[in-house]
Design a protein around this ligand. Structure first.
Ligand code: PMP
Length: 411
């Protein structure tokens, strides 16, 4: 088990008061906090090694390059990719998914072909496919959900057909709190000759990922949800696919030779990475990967499961609270979307903030999901490995107090 009290010492931001109450940060699905170990690496980089990468022969340029490329190797190990050529550094999950849709999608999807996603996707894993479908006159299909808010696997089997070229699904939902059976879904895609794009924004920070074992064709995630900086993320793609794909952005760094009328491309992974990259971000993400690896992704996953097993029944026991997603805590991740009947989720989040508890409210970039569930918006608490049982208790107390306040007018 984790020594959470000790780990919390690594996060200066957690030790503050908000509205005269100790901060309970439960918005980790949106952005996680950054440990001192990562902050120190960023500071060291700017104080000692800051220079552009890849081109400089001078010492600082070489140090920056070796730290940046060293991070790529750390991330390769973190997801067990076969080669660092398969690890592209992007601005985040959104950019990664857009690149796949633009590059792989434009080259491989034609009129009448099908792209299969689900009702529980984030807008980042919907809009790029809508755009691709519109460009190519292809058909975008949605896998249904079960009563319990899980993917309907029978419907997945039915919707993924010989016409399907791309299946794009999240590994874990940012609203329903489910971890999808992604291995089986990858098999469904491969059975019909489609490629599988996995949105790992809510899984890579919380569990160990082995892209080779999964046999994922593409796997995407963001640094800022896994103790790293914002503005940096990963696009993993199988080398055989990336080799055949065209870059999406063009300019410096990604070329081999530029003639007057045409150019040739650099080798993987640089062929996709045009312009000066987010060097500090990449180095910071490498430090975040070191930090998480030291704790152990299996330990993180087990701890988060135990927190959910602790808190979910307490939330379920509060009358007038509606919880979205599976009732069985064993089926869930650390994400819990909920509503208090008769209270607007923005009011819930505001009242909870007054009690020091940070939860998110809104559509969580999943409007089709909320339309499907027939709700306007929800509140959402999302736990990470540094959240304690005491914080879970404070969260429950804050929900009860918020409910009382809107029913009786006192907190
Ligand atoms: N997919 C999922 C499931 C997410 O939760 C998020 C972030 N909320 C994204 C994609 C987009 O990630 P980013 O904003 O870091 O690009």
């Amino acid at each position: 088990m984790l020594n959470v009290d000790k780990l919390r010492q690594d996060f200066p931001i957690l030790h503050q008061e908000v509205n005269d109450e100790p901060l309970v940060y439960l918005d980790n699905a949106a952005t996680s906090q950054t440990p001192k170990q990562v902050l120190e690496v960023l500071k060291h980089y700017y104080e000692h090694d800051n220079a552009n990468v890849h081109r400089g022969v001078h010492t600082l340029g070489e140090r920056a390059t070796s730290a940046y490329e060293g991070s790529r190797e750390k991330i390769r190990q973190f997801i067990n990719a076969a080669s660092s050529k398969e690890v592209l550094l992007t601005r985040g999950t959104t950019t990664s998914l857009n690149w796949i849709a633009r590059s792989y999608g434009d080259a491989n999807v034609s009129e009448g072909d099908e792209i299969v996603i689900s009702y529980m996707e984030h807008h980042s894993n919907i809009v790029p496919w809508q755009q691709l479908a519109q460009r190519k006159k292809a058909v975008l299909k949605y896998i249904d959900l079960t009563e319990d808010g899980e993917l309907d696997m029978a419907d997945a089997r039915k919707k993924i057909t010989e016409k399907t070229k791309i299946v794009a699904l999240n590994h874990a939902s940012n609203v329903m709190g489910v971890i999808n059976p992604i291995e089986t879904l990858i098999e469904f895609a491969h059975d019909v000759g489609a490629v599988m794009v996995v949105d790992g924004a809510q899984s890579a920070p919380h569990m160990s990922i082995d892209v080779q074992k999964l046999d994922a064709d593409f796997y995407t995630f963001s640094g800022h949800k896994m103790c790293g900086p914002t503005g940096i993320g990963i696009l993993y793609g199988k080398q055989s696919l990336l080799e055949k794909m065209e870059p999406v952005e063009f300019g410096g760094e990604m070329i081999d030779f530029v003639y007057l009328q045409e150019s040739t491309w650099a080798d993987l992974p640089w062929k996709f990475e045009a312009g000066t990259p987010n060097i500090a971000g990449g180095i910071g993400l490498g430090a975040a990967v070191d930090y998480l690896t030291e704790i152990g992704m299996d330990n993180i996953h087990a701890y988060e499961q135990s927190i959910v097993e602790y808190v979910l029944p307490k939330l379920q026991a509060i009358e007038g609270v509606v919880i979205y997603g599976p009732k069985d805590p064993k089926k869930r991740s650390g994400v819990i979307a909920f509503n208090i009947e008769g209270v607007h989720p923005h009011d819930v989040a505001t009242a909870m903030d007054m009690q020091g508890v940070a939860v998110r409210a809104g559509h969580h970039c999943t409007q089709p999901l909320l339309q499907h569930l027939n709700v306007q918006s929800t509140a959402r608490a999302s736990f990470y490995f540094y959240n304690t049982e005491e914080e879970a208790d404070k969260f429950i107390e804050a929900v009860i107090a918020t409910k009382e306040f809107f029913n009786h007018g006192t907190i």
